[in-house]
Design a protein around this ligand. Structure first.
Ligand code: IPD
Ligand code: CA
Length: 266
């Protein structure tokens, strides 16, 4: 079985196991603080257990880096790391806002740039966005690509949840000009939307995002032809540690990157 098939099957099982849980009071059950630093909700725990149980069932030899469960060594002879955000957009999932997903990525080394496979499953619809290194990005069976034409409406995805007043000031012009700004509350799924060409640029400069929230989206965007850059506009990379918090910008091409950057205060 290829790694991508394993990740797809695992997240399909997550979809089956959480579809009747989202938006219920049961989903919110408090399980204490997870490895990523947030409160783990019952829906997060159910989703993570689904993935871990499946890996054990098929004896998938890896080290899991889960947002709630932390580092779980499933083998003494691992093939690599599975970076797991079993529920990205937990607040939406608990409240019943239909925008949350399961994000699973496989890396051969302790680096984002070593990610070879990624799957983001929309847990409201079951749609799967997936990519394998060098093979392109897909939505279910269909190949996807970042927006190539000049769009009728320019959609700027921008994560401002908990942004500092300084960041709000720096980005003020982006909000004031003719952009249409969007923020839906699940970074991995927003990155998948971007890879599919629904957003033209996506900015998260809060220095808050965890590896788990972006790992699969990173590969989707690169395989869909997009630019994945850090806050200094250099190619994004980092280690996979739990302490790492990132800022990034995903752009469909250099032109839009330049246009939007010219609206950012230095
Ligand atoms: C969160 C989502 C959200 C982002 C937060 C993340 P979680 O992930 O991606 O869009 O604003 O910074 O923590 O906690 O729901 O997995
Ligand atoms: Ca999560």
């Amino acid at each position: 079985m290829e790694v991508i098939d394993v990740l797809q099957e695992a997240s399909k099982r997550v979809f089956e196991n959480v579809k009747n849980l989202a938006g219920t009071s049961d989903a919110a059950g408090d399980y204490g603080r997870g490895a990523g630093g947030d409160i783990s909700r019952k829906i997060d725990i159910v989703a993570e257990k689904t993935v871990l149980d499946y890996f054990k069932e098929i004896n998938f030899e890896c080290i899991v880096l889960g947002e709630e469960c932390g580092r779980v060594e499933l083998s003494k002879n691992p093939r690599g790391f599975v970076i797991m955000d079993a529920i990205d957009g937990s607040a939406n999932a608990v409240r019943g806002i239909p925008f949350f997903c399961c994000s699973l990525a496989f890396a051969t080394d302790d680096k984002i740039s070593s990610i070879t496979d990624g799957v983001v499953t929309d847990l409201s619809s079951g749609d799967q966005y997936w990519a394998s290194q060098g093979k392109g990005a897909f939505l279910n069976e269909r190949k996807i690509h970042v927006q190539e034409k000049e769009p009728i409406y320019r959609i700027v995805g921008i994560n401002m949840s908990g942004a500092s007043p300084e960041l709000v000031k720096r980005l003020q012009l982006i909000f004031k000009s003719h952009n249409h700004t969007r923020h839906f509350g699940a970074n991995a799924l927003e990155m998948a939307f971007f890879a599919r060409g629904l957003f033209d640029i996506f900015i998260d400069w809060r220095d808050k995002i965890r590896i788990q929230d972006i790992a699969a989206g990173y590969l989707l965007i690169k395989e869909a032809g997009g630019l994945m850059l850090d806050a200094n506009l250099k190619p994004l990379d980092s280690d996979l540690s739990y302490q790492t918090r990132l800022s990034f910008i995903a752009a469909a091409n250099e032109k839009i990157l330049h246009d939007v950057m010219s609206q950012v205060k230095k």
